[in-house]
Design a protein around this ligand. Structure first.
Ligand SMILES: [Ca+2]
Ligand SMILES: [Ca+2]
Ligand SMILES: [Ca+2]
Ligand SMILES: [Ca+2]
Length: 447
């Protein structure tokens, strides 16, 4: 905080590791050379925080009591290298594509169990998608926090010919390939997460050239979905920002590809938001929002009682009301579906930063909706959830029987010292992927 107001500290300079010219200039906008406030005012801020911050955090977890029998786990090891470093999963039909931190792309046929391997680059694959017969690969450059524009989006043909479509992306984590203005040609929206800087970018193919436009100049854009949020027939963008200025934004498309951004859910800078899902959980025709927060790697690694799943009901007019919070330490991803097919929306939450001491087993949780009002959920563990460190969570009906299944990808990393960390005991044995098949069947009617 002080560094962002130009306060200098002995042995700490946020620009220590920034060498290149343009990055250095950019960083000085964040960390000014001159002090913005007098030293006496800074001292009063430090005193205020020291005097008023609580001595300890208060935890109030209601631990799940049972392991759900609704999903059957199947661990998958796709290669002989360990530990697992899965960074993306894409499922279509019974074919699964898996990307890793080292730029390896695996295919796995869920029916025949055959595995294929395509080395593509040495850059972490943050997202896999398809466009016709092409596989689209979003590559981050380095995965750890940085601001350099070394990411790219490429296509891979069936004959394994790779072509770069977009480059100079700043640590991209999510791309949306969709026709936003309805002219028959797709635009591409990229979440350039970055670190201290970053943005949400729109790429428009204008025949001769691809024109880039910045939609949001904020680091930490993590996911974007296109939907018509104001019912005017034009697609809008719903975006989560997770770094510094956190919150959920709606970018309303006012005219073709001209967007007006509004932060409709403002979240505190310490919230640590990491994922969201858009679903009409009360079936009133308005899309509601589920946000998970649990980023716990960067600055303070203590377990936070305010990490978990929050449900916001869409009240209309871009007003969102918080109706439910469920504490889940280190919550990272959320998917929603009526998994048990009883007519209400249920959730699966994965936690990349679970606390094995305070909240053991909280890495994969099934939340089944009990009252159809989205305010009472039964929380259950997923079987074998302790086998991996789940960074990726993907929903798909991979046995194509009409109910949603899901897959999780393990990324064996700890922000703590690995020698002291529990991961060192089992991390090398972690599967790359765990498939969870929904095996729910309706109970027999009572005679
Ligand atoms: Ca609209
Ligand atoms: Ca609704
Ligand atoms: Ca349900
Ligand atoms: Ca299924």
């Amino acid at each position: 905080m002080g560094a962002r107001m130009g306060i200098k500290f002995p042995n700490y300079d946020p620009l220590d590791n920034v060498s290149s010219g343009s990055q250095y200039t950019l960083m000085h906008k964040i960390y000014p050379k001159e002090q913005l406030i007098p030293t006496a005012h800074w001292k009063r801020i430090v005193e205020y925080v020291s005097e008023n911050a609580p001595e300890a955090l208060v935890y109030d977890y209601q631990f799940p009591l049972e392991t759900t029998a609704m999903f059957k786990p199947k661990p998958l090891v796709l290669d002989t290298t360990s530990p697992a470093f899965t960074t993306s999963i894409f499922v279509k039909g019974q074919t699964m594509k898996v990307g890793t931190v080292n730029g390896n792309l695996y295919t796995y046929d869920i029916e025949t169990e055959q595995t294929g391997f395509h080395p593509t680059s040495n850059s972490a694959i943050s997202q896999i998608s398809e466009d016709g017969s092409l596989t689209l690969l979003l590559e981050m450059g380095k995965i750890h926090p940085h601001d350099e524009p070394k990411g790219s989006l490429s296509s891979l043909s069936k004959a394994a010919v790779k072509e770069q479509l977009l480059n100079n992306l700043q640590r991209p984590v999510f791309a949306l390939n969709e026709d936003l203005d309805g002219d028959g040609h797709n635009e591409i929206v990229v979440c350039e997460f970055g670190n201290q800087t970053g943005k949400l970018s729109l790429f428009v193919n204008q025949g001769e050239e691809i024109v880039k436009k910045t939609l949001l100049s904020i680091p930490g854009t993590i996911k974007v979905i296109a939907r018509d949020m104001n019912d005017d027939g034009k697609k809008d963008l719903i975006v989560l920002t997770s770094q510094g200025t956190e919150g959920l934004w709606i970018l309303t498309q006012q005219a073709p590809l001209l967007f007006d951004a509004q932060r409709v859910i403002a979240l505190a800078a310490i919230f640590g938001s990491s994922g969201f899902d858009l679903v009409d959980f009360n079936k009133d025709g308005l899309l509601d929002i589920a946000i998970v927060n649990g980023d716990n790697a960067d600055l303070s690694m203590v377990t936070k009682p305010y990490h978990g799943l929050t449900l916001f009901q869409n009240m209309g007019g871009y007003q969102f009301k918080k109706i439910k919070f469920l504490a889940i330490p280190g919550a990272t991803n959320v998917i929603s579906s009526d998994f048990d097919q009883d007519g209400d929306i249920d959730f699966i939450v994965s936690a990349f930063f679970p606390d094995e001491d305070l909240a053991p087993g909280y890495s994969l949780i099934y939340l089944s909706n009990q009252a159809k009002k989205n305010t009472a959920f039964k929380m259950e563990y997923l079987p074998l959830s302790n086998l991996g460190k789940w960074l990726i969570l993907t929903k798909a009906d991979f046995d194509q029987d009409g109910d949603d299944d899901f897959a999780v990808g393990s990324f064996v990393f700890s922000a703590k010292n690995p020698l002291e960390d529990y991961l060192s005991e089992w991390g090398f044995k972690s599967p790359d992927i765990m498939l969870y098949e929904n095996i729910y069947t309706d109970p027999m009617p009572q005679l």
